[in-house]
Design a binder for this molecule. Sequence first.
Ligand code: HEC
Ligand code: HEC
Length: 198
Amino acid sequence: MRSSRMVGVCIALPGILVAALTFAWIARAQQSSSRQDAVAMFARIATVLQSPRCLNCHTVTDFPRQGDDRHAHIFAISRGPDDRGWPTGRCTSCHGEANNDVTGIPGRPDWHLAPLSMGWEGLSQPQLCRRLLDPGANGHRTPQQIAEHIAGDRQFVAWAWSPGRNPAGLERSVPPIPHDAFARLVEQWVAAGAPCPH
Ligand code: HEC
Ligand code: HEC
């Protein structure tokens, strides 16, 4: 009786062990593949962050940029001490509260540059990701607050998808992913732990 139970245990044990190991292996594989999925999400997010409509304000220079070729802003405009230009060339002396399709000057209330710490030009994707998530650089935002800003900021983020016409009368191009799809993508990436590529 006793020895037959032992035999039973001896037969069952390797089976249980194999099953447990298999489950652990699958769980791990799933975890690492969902991390890879989330890292791949960031690669798509970066295509928007690095599109000219965002980068022209998120510069690492002393001045804003213009156009899809991101040339330096005409009239030698510079950021000044408060990202709103010098007294001789305040952003709002030309930029109104809405796009002006006659002059080709884009507009939103209190038009101004993103602070230097939020500059994204010339960064690799890992650097961009870390800069975006760094509370010391991003205005003390949590990843969730970044996602909320991207979904809800009507002032500037939304402008990038309705940027109006340039002085030549041509519609400015928009970022490569529609705004709502982009906002959902950022939300999913944050929900997955906001992993950065290496
Ligand atoms: C007209 C200039 C302007 C444009 C265009 C613009 N931004 Fe910004 N952005 C700002 C300013 C100014 C801030 C700082 C706001 C604050 O901290 O209150 C900011 C802050 C942010 C932040 C939060 C801070 C950070 O570093 O994460 C995110 C995210 C952001 N912008 C995303 C975008 C994206 C995405 C686009 C393009 C689709 C874009 N912005 C286009 C001016 C701009
Ligand atoms: C003397 C008028 C004037 C002043 C002052 C001025 N701008 Fe402009 N800005 C323009 C004109 C005109 C355009 C359109 C140029 C174009 O699209 O080719 C423009 C376009 C831009 C764009 C381009 C958007 C894009 O994606 O192509 C940005 C960004 C910008 N200005 C930021 C600023 C900021 C920030 C300030 C203040 C530091 C400022 N401007 C001050 C006249 C001005």
